[in-house]
Structure formats: structure tokens, C-alpha cells
Design a binder for this molecule. Sequence first.
Ligand SMILES: Cc1cc2nc3c(=O)[nH]c(=O)nc-3n(C[C@H](O)[C@H](O)[C@H](O)COP(=O)(O)OP(=O)(O)OC[C@H]3O[C@@H](n4cnc5c(N)ncnc54)[C@H](O)[C@@H]3O)c2cc1C
Length: 467
Amino acid sequence: MREVFDMIVVGSGPAGQKAAVQAAKVGKKVALIERSRDLGGSCVHHGTIPSKTLRENALRVRNMRMNAELAQFKLAEDLELATLINRLEEVLAEHDNYMRRQIERNQIELIHGRAQFMSEKVLQVIGVKNTRRELQAEHIILATGSTPRKPDNIPIDHENIFDSDSILSMLYLPKSLTVLGGGVIASEYASIFQALGVKVTMIDKYPQPLGFLDSDLTEHFVRAFESMGGVWKGNATVLSCEWNNVDAVVVTCDDGSEVRSEKLLCAAGRIANVGDLNIEAAGLQVNEQGLISVDENLKTDVENIFAAGDVIGPPSLASASMEQGRRASCNALGIQLGKMSNTIPSGIYSIPELSAVGLSETQARKKFGDILVGRANFDEIARGQISGIQNGMLKIICDAEGRKVLGVMIVGEGATELVHIGQMALLSNADVDIFVESIFNFPTLAEAYRVAALEIIGKRSQFSEAY
Ligand SMILES: Cc1cc2nc3c(=O)[nH]c(=O)nc-3n(C[C@H](O)[C@H](O)[C@H](O)COP(=O)(O)OP(=O)(O)OC[C@H]3O[C@@H](n4cnc5c(N)ncnc54)[C@H](O)[C@@H]3O)c2cc1C
């Protein structure tokens, strides 16, 4: 028998969860379909939460090493990786509980199984024991997320050669690790493992990692990574990669060099989860990038089907996915929310952290020609000196008159929090003077905004005596 709902949401990651709750809050009968036993998607189980839990411990380890004169410190030999993410189970259980309570409270029907289209309004859910249920709804939201891309020449076996979904299943902290890729996930894991004392080599075809950031920030990241003992090998294409069946993964690059390590992480981007969905039955198809295309209202090419999160492509962040999910749900139900802001900050939880919002210096120069830029190094800031957080920099990008803030980029501890001050300035179309006229707590790293803003004001042609 076919069960009828007002809305069906496929996928319980950040996008699907918010979409389902939003529809239920306005009184709709909602079904949430999830193929995995656990709720929360890759954000909870393979991505954001696990990697950030490991990062917290890597920071502790690094800080203890830095304070070696206060206490003798050495990481145990053959340390089990599980010890380093010891709080993860607790964090995940708490999160799972919270989500299940929220789903129950909002009377959302949670159905475990693989969703597959039969037509644009009907989905079949195939359960573990091949049980089948047919669901129908006026509105359908696809929030099926993404999985790691597996290049043909990288034989990922999840034992010696891992992807970003399986890397934390390694039993022991290896002595050495090669990381293929120079994107966000590659940079985060490379610097986290290096901070834990693993000898990490990052290999990528581009000259610098994190190419969407300005080069002064990425140079800062590479310097910090190398000063911990890591090796950055840019401009290198991987020709082959194999486990030698004895003790090493061997990577051969196009310059003839060979890199050997105990384990390897392949972080070569992610692809949308659409394979299971039989989207053709709904009249949908993927675009050239293998993603589901949507318009500015998150509507697909089929009138009643909306999509949100990683399945529609960049920015591919949990933060953006949640808001897209909520908006897709409202738009599907005809609740007008207006256009979604594209002032989305990006946070890179590497060691050190990086974060950016608005235009980069490169983008702003390309778009406007003349611009003014102000910088503040954390070693000029009292809090940086006190806390020993001297390895950092904040940069404000401003229009040519030195008035309107166009973007903010930060490298250094606290970057992912600090960036929100710049985001608020951008969203409120503020003049850079706001950072000088406002009183900030002292001593704080936020003071870097003031120092960078003063540099811009100092460069204004009609420099005012007031400062
Ligand atoms: C290592 C790593 C670190 C990250 N760190 C951050 C970070 O610090 N900050 C940040 O903002 N973002 C981070 N991200 C990105 C973030 O995890 C994703 O952007 C986010 O999870 C996307 O949410 P989603 O709801 O679109 O998809 P997902 O979280 O992938 O959820 C999709 C769900 O759909 C289910 N599904 C798929 N197909 C079907 C089907 N046919 N039937 C039923 N269910 C199905 C899947 O099982 C899954 O549970 C990170 C990602 C990774 C990999």
C-alpha cells in the first residue's frame, strides 16, 4: 500500500535534517529517509565532527610539546588512533540522541532504507532485508550528500590506502602518511596528523594548497606545516600508487620521484550521492559535474523536487547545507524567505586555522582593479603576545576609497571564530571605520581588526586627522 506524506526528505545529514524539521514545524506530515543505520550524514560520522575531535587532541599534543620545558612529554609508542578521538563516541551519541529527540518531537516519520524514485512524486524505500515501502508526496527534497571521489590510479583498500571517510578507522597512528590533494580536507588532515608527530608529505598538482585563498595566507599555512616537519610537494602529478605488500605505500610522481609512507590518504574531492536514486524515473538528470542542478530557490528541473547540501555542489559545507535545507523546505511549501545570502564564511580547521569571507584580495583586484588592503600580524597584538599565538595574520580587503569592506581573510588560531566579525561588517555594508570606532575587549585577537583597519585608513588619499 502506498503511504502518502506532504513532504519526503531523502538524507538525514545537515541539509535533510533541517529541511524535515522546517516542514514539520509548519504542520506538514513529513517522512525522512536515511539509508544508513545512524543519523546525521557525513557531517556527523565521517566529516566535520570526527575530524574536529581529532584536531582538538592534536592541538593539545602540540601545546604540550611546545611547553616541553614545563613538563616532560612524549606520545606513547604505537598509539591507538581511538585514544586520540576518545571523546568521539560520547559526542556522537549525544548528537544522535539530540537528533532522534528532535525528529520524534516534530512527529517526523524516520524510515531507514535506500530511497529510489518510481516517478516524480513516488519513491520506493528498500530496507536492509529487501523490504519495500512505497511513499508518495507532493514535495520531495533531495539531501543525499556526497562521498569521496576515488581516482582510477589510487587503489583505496581502507587498510593502507584510505579516503576521507575511512581515514579515522586506522587502528594505530602511523609513523608516516602521504596525503594526496591540496584542498580543505587534505590540508586539515595533513596538518592535524603532522601536529600529532606523524611524518606527513602532501602531494598535489597545484603549486600551493587551498588555491581559493590568497597566496600570502597559503604561504603562511605551508610555512607552519613545514616548521612542524611536514613536506609540501606541489606541482606534482601522481602517476601510480601501490602498497608494496610489505611495509609501505609507494607513490610515483611525474618528476620521477618516489614517496614512501606507512599509510596514504587520498583526498581528491567528493562526488554527489545520486547513484541509488534512479533519478531518471523522476525526469531528473545530473549536470556535467555530476551534481543535481538547482535554481536560486533550490528547485531542480522538476517542479516538485528541491535539493540542498553537497548533492548540489559548492560550497559543500555543513553550515551552508543546513540553511539550504531549511530554505529548500520553505520554498517548496511556498513560504517566501527571499534570496539566500552568498556571504558564506569558509572555515578551514587545519593547524593553523584559516578562514575567509567575502572577496579575496585576488578576486577584488580582478573585479575592481584598485583596492586597499590592511594587515595585522598576531605578534603585534597584545593577546597574541600573551597567549603565544604569534603565528597569524588578519587581512581586510577594502574598496579603492578605503571605505567599504569587501572581504576578510585570516590565518592563525581563532580564525574560524574571528571571521564572523568581518562577516557582520560585510552583511551590514559597514565602512572599515567601524573597526576603529568600536571598543573591543582588550586583550583579544579581535583587536587585529582595528590594527588592519587603521592601516587602510592611513592609506586613504583624503586621510583624516581624526585618527
Ligand atoms: C573530513 C571532512 C571534514 C569536514 N569538515 C567540515 C567543517 O569543518 N565544517 C563544515 O561546515 N563542513 C565540513 N565538511 C563538509 C560537511 O560534512 C558536508 O558539507 C555536509 O555533511 C553536507 O551535508 P548534506 O546534508 O548535504 O549531506 P550528508 O551529510 O552527506 O548526508 C547525506 C545523507 O544522505 C544519505 N543518503 C544518500 N543517498 C541516500 C538514499 N538513496 N536513500 C536514503 N539515504 C541516502 C546518506 O546516508 C547520508 O546520511 C567536512 C567534510 C568532510 C568529509
